[in-house]
Design a protein around this ligand. Structure first.
Ligand code: PEP
Length: 249
């Protein structure tokens, strides 16, 4: 049985003071959970978050990582820095990184490898755009993305990784995929992983759904057999709404 993993991607929201308020609120509401709960604040809030989460079951993640370990890469943050700041998870390849920073499956694959090599766990995002869904090529896009982002992973590496299926048209739009649409895509992704590795491996991989998840739709989506958690954007920015998702599933 796969554990449910609920992660909150804060994106470019919350300075260190707002981080303190949000995490104190969240700690009060989530002092224990049968699910694994992760928060991914901006880089500047990681150290304060690490301090605040010391005696809490809530784990810490980052939203991106550099391809490089150190040196003349202005503005970049290495995986070693994230580890020292208390991160155990790193989101890679979010659709906003693909859209605004030109990240390709190849770059995302290299970033995910960096994260794994450092002993951290990547949350690797994939998902089709509205245009791709309307053209009827969702399966083709998800197959290419899955193969691309997992290229050259060992069995152990793929089993450790988390995949986040996030249909781009559902991110921040209030339009959630139906449970049938989401389950169908999750099934496909798991099938592609099974063809690359084996069913035994594919069965172990956590595949989260992301795209306008809220407490009202979380239970229905996460009770699908292949949906193992959620990557939450907007609804993770308030302790009440994030905690309501965690307790709803
Ligand atoms: C996201 O950005 O990963 C996301 C799923 O956002 P939202 O929940 O706001 O759609």
């Amino acid at each position: 049985m796969r554990k449910k993993i609920i992660a909150g991607n804060w994106k470019m929201n919350n300075d260190i003071f707002q981080t303190t308020d949000l995490l104190n609120g969240l700690k009060e509401k989530i002092s224990s959970s049968e699910h694994l709960v992760i928060v991914c604040p901006p880089f500047t809030s990681l150290v304060v978050a690490q301090q605040l989460l010391k005696n809490s079951p809530i784990k810490l993640g980052a939203q991106d990582v550099s391809l490089f370990d150190s040196g003349a890469y202005t503005g970049e943050i290495s995986v070693g820095m994230l580890k020292a700041a208390g991160c155990s998870y790193v989101i890679v390849g979010h659709s906003e990184r693909r859209q605004y920073h030109g990240e390709t499956n190849e770059i995302i694959n290299k970033k995910a490898k960096k994260v794994l090599d450092a002993g951290l766990i990547p949350i690797i995002c994939i998902g089709e755009t509205l245009d791709e869904r309307e053209k009827g090529i969702t399966d083709q896009i998800l197959t290419t993305q899955t193969k691309g982002v997992l290229a050259d992973f060992s069995n152990a590496e793929v089993e450790k990784s988390i995949i986040a299926y996030e249909p781009v048209w559902a991110i921040g739009t209030g339009k959630t995929a139906t449970k049938e649409q989401a389950e169908e895509s999750h099934q496909l992704i798991r099938k592609v992983i099974s063809q690359m590795y084996s069913w035994a491996t594919a069965e172990k991989v956590i595949i989260q759904y992301g795209g306008s998840v809220k407490s009202e739709n979380a239970k229905e989506l996460l009770s699908q057999p292949n949906i193992d958690g959620a990557l939450v954007g907007g609804a993770c920015l308030k302790a009440d709404s994030f905690a309501a998702i965690i307790t709803a599933v």
